[in-house]
Design a protein around this ligand. Sequence first.
Ligand SMILES: Cc1ncc(COP(=O)(O)O)c(C=O)c1O
Length: 393
Amino acid sequence: MSYSFDRYHKAELQRRTGVKWRRDGPAMLPAWIADMDFPIAPEIEAALQEVLDRGDLGYPDPSLDLAVREAYADRVRRRYGVAVAPELVVVTADVVQAIYLSLLAYTKPGDGVVFLTPAYPPFFTAIAETNRRAIPCDLVNGRERYELDLVRLREAVRDGRARVLLLCNPHNPTGRSFSTSELAELAAIAEEHDLLVVSDEIHADLTLPGTEHVAFASLGPEAAARVITLSSASKAFNLAGLRCAVAAFGTERLLAEFERLPAHARGAVSVLGMTGTLAAWKNGEDWLTAALLVLAENREIVQDWGAPHLGPGALHSPEATYLAWLDLRRFAIGDDPSLWLREHALVALSPGPEFGLAGRGHARLNFATPRALLEEILERLSVALGSFSSKSS
Ligand SMILES: Cc1ncc(COP(=O)(O)O)c(C=O)c1O
C-alpha cells in the first residue's frame, strides 16, 4: 500500500483542534510539541471506525486490555529481543502517568532520581511534584553526538544517593539512541548502586534507518530484573490524543509493588485508546516503515540546513525521533531563543530551558511535517537568523 504523508496542507492542519495547531493561531508555524502532521495509518483509522460503526463505546472487556498486553509482549520480542510475559505488563493512560506512578510506588519523598539532561520536561515535574530529589546529569556535546559522561554520572549517583535512574532512550531532546555498550555502562552503574531503572522507550519505534534500538531489558537477566520499561504507540503512530500506554515490569515483585497503588487512582484507558494501539502494533508495520523513510528524508533536509545556518556542531543528526535539538547560543538571542524566534520568524519551537539548565540557548524543532511545511519553517528561521547575524556583524 502506498501512504500519503503530505496529504494535509496548512489550511487543513490549521483546522485541527489539537494544541499543536490551536495554541498560537494561523500566523505561526508550529514545530514544537511532539505530534506529527501526517495522516494516521489507514489500518488504525479502519479499526477505530469499526468501533464507532458498532457504537461500541461501553466499558471495555478485560480481553481488550489483555490483547494490548499480548501485542506489546509479542512486538518487543520480535523487534527488540525482549522476553516479557503479558502478565508482567500493565496498561496505563500514558507514559508520563506511569513515570509518576513508578516514583510513588518505589521511592519515598526525598529520594534521589538521576536522569540525563537536557531532559524531557515532565521528568523535572514528575520528580518535583512527587517531592523526590532531582539529580540531573548533563550529556556532553561531542563531535558527532551527545555522549554519556560516565565519571560525572557515577559521582552524581554516589553523591546524590540516587535510588532510581530515569532513562529516556531514545533520548528526547537530543535524538540519541544509546548503544549496547553505553547501556551496559548504565546497567553496571545501576547494579553497583542498586538503582531501579525506569526506562522511557516511547520513541523506540521511531529509531531511524541506520540505527537499531537497544532495549534496556534486552541487556541481560540482571538488567531485565531491575527495569520498568514504559512504551506506547502514541509517538510512532501519532495517537497521543487517544491515551494508551504500557508499563512492563522486570519481576513479579516490581509489578506487585506497583499494583499496591489504588487501582482507581491509576485510572483507566479508553476503548478507542486500546483499539488504536492494538491496530498500530498488529497491523501498522508497513505504515511505520514508510513513515520512517519520510522522517529520514526530513532529517536530511534539517541537517543540510543546519550546518550553514547554525554553524558547526550546533545540530547533531538525530538517530531516532523527529526532533532536532538546536544549539543557538552563537546568535546570542537569549536563554530561550524560542521566544525571539516566535516573534521574528513566526515559528514556534520548544523552549530549550524547559529541558533544564543544559537547555539554555537551545530550542527543539519538530520535523514531522509535510516537506512543503518543513521548507517553509526552515526558510522562516533562515530569514530571521540571517537578518539577526547580518545586523549584529
Ligand atoms: C520521552 C517521552 N516520554 C513520554 C512522552 C509522552 O507520552 P504520553 O503522552 O504517553 O505521556 C513523550 C512525548 O513526547 C516523550 O517524548
